[in-house]
Ligand binder design. Structure first.
Ligand code: 0PR
Length: 388
């Protein structure tokens, strides 16, 4: 660090130069991201609460009330009137909290010390982090041919050490929703904690249901569901970093409690200490601003765009991995290697991602991807296929 302070202008000039290298969502070329440009109200509110620290909520009583409101609003999307939980940094932290709660609960009430979690191959890699941090053994659930958990063999994976089953509502790679209703029955019957990762799906499935789409129950309406991850910074249009963990019962927060004697609140269940209140305020604001109506419109537009992409792909001889259930689509070309196809698309300035299971080009149709972008993308795909 220099001894002499720099001026604001100088600093902004330096930063602008770096920021120019970043991509902008508004260019519509980012096709593999679950994040998007947040609503402008969320951005303004985030800045307004930039200094509030929910790690010491007695100092920020108003922000704490806002977090509680946000938790209740999110609960109302997931069929629970009085959820317990927190606005956190994202799906990873939410999943970490869920796995910590499940482990601690089983340790305290079932005397399980060699904890195992049953997770599908489709689960986000954050569960591997959780397993590493909390010393959990991962047991993989069998998968059906349609890339969902094979419910029929799930019970055979349960052992005396199983502390949690994880199911996904909106898988990272394909956007698929597991048969959570049946999984919930199994969890209930065997008295095992069930966590649903709806980081992506949580802010779209309820609205598609409102609009008449057919999805099986996936949330707290199912008795077996103990916790859910749902991310406002994905389909919720809130600012990064905004995730959310909801628990059915306070007892799951209680098993994570650590004494925090010198703070205004003497107990803490969150993983982090100092934590931002801005995300909670921004999330509350954007939810009030959008209303169910706004999110439903947004969800339907996303599905319409996904359908346009799907039809276009099929017309040109591309193959889709599976019928999209949400606004994520994965595809391949019968004659072009997936990595090569991604490379050719990158040369045309598209940023796609490659799914691992199965290997395919994976597109997430977030709000910044317009119909015009999709038409242009399809034209480039046609050009690639015609010239191959
Ligand atoms: N659970 C699910 C189902 C997810 O898809 C993700 C992230 C997480 C949990 C973890 O969430 P956080 O990243 O908020 O901790 N899924 C995306 C992914 O890994 C995240 C992402 C977002 C990736 C934007 C790229 C990107 O540009 O693919």
């Amino acid at each position: 660090m220099d001894n002499k302070p720099k001026s604001r202008e100088e600093i902004f000039k330096i930063l602008d130069k770096y920021q120019e290298k970043d991509m902008n969502y508004s260019e519509g070329r980012i096709l593999g991201s679950m994040c998007t440009e947040s609503e402008s109200i969320a951005q303004s509110v985030f800045y307004k609460f930039i200094n509030s620290n929910l790690g010491d909520p007695g100092l920020f009583k108003g922000t704490k009330i806002i977090e509680d409101h946000a938790i209740k609003l999110i609960g109302s999307l997931l069929s629970i009137d009085n959820p317990y939980g927190h606005i956190v940094t994202g799906g990873t932290e939410a999943n970490l909290m869920a796995m910590r709660a499940a482990r601690n609960y089983a340790r305290k009430y079932k005397n399980i010390n060699n904890s195992e979690i049953i997770i599908p191959k489709s689960a986000h890699f954050s569960f591997k982090k959780a397993a590493d941090i909390f010393g959990l053994k991962i047991v993989e659930a069998d998968m059906r041919e349609d890339y969902k958990i094979d419910v029929s063999s799930l019970e055979s994976k349960i052992t005396k050490n199983t502390v949690a089953i994880v199911a996904i509502a909106g898988t990272t790679e394909l956007g698929l929703v597991d048969s959570i209703d049946k999984i919930s029955e199994i969890a209930k019957r065997n008295n095992i904690y069930l966590h649903v990762d709806a980081a992506f799906g949580g802010f779209i499935i309820p609205f598609l249901k409102d609009a008449g789409y057919d999805f099986p129950e996936f949330d707290f309406s199912l008795e077996g569901v103990c916790s859910m991850t749902i991310d406002p910074h994905k389909m919720g249009l809130s600012t990064i970093p905004s995730g959310c963990i909801l628990f059915r019962d306070k007892k799951y927060l209680d098993v994570m409690v650590v004494e925090s004697p010198y703070l205004t609140k003497k107990k803490q269940s969150t993983i982090v200490g100092t934590r931002n209140g801005a995300s909670a305020a921004a999330t509350y604001a954007v939810m009030e601003y959008m209303g169910r109506e706004g999110y439903t419109k947004f969800a339907l537009e996303a599905m319409e765009k996904t359908n346009t992409l799907k039809e276009g792909l099929l017309k040109m001889g591309y193959e889709i991995v599976t019928e999209p259930e949400l606004n994520i689509i994965a595809f391949t070309h019968p004659n072009i290697d997936v990595n090569h196809l991604a490379y050719l698309l990158e040369e045309k300035n598209w940023r796609v991602s490659i799914s691992a299971y199965p290997k395919a080009i994976r597109i997430v149709i977030m709000r910044h991807v317009t119909l015009d972008n999709i038409k242009e993308f399809l034209a480039d795909l046609k050009c690639i296929a015609d010239n191959f």
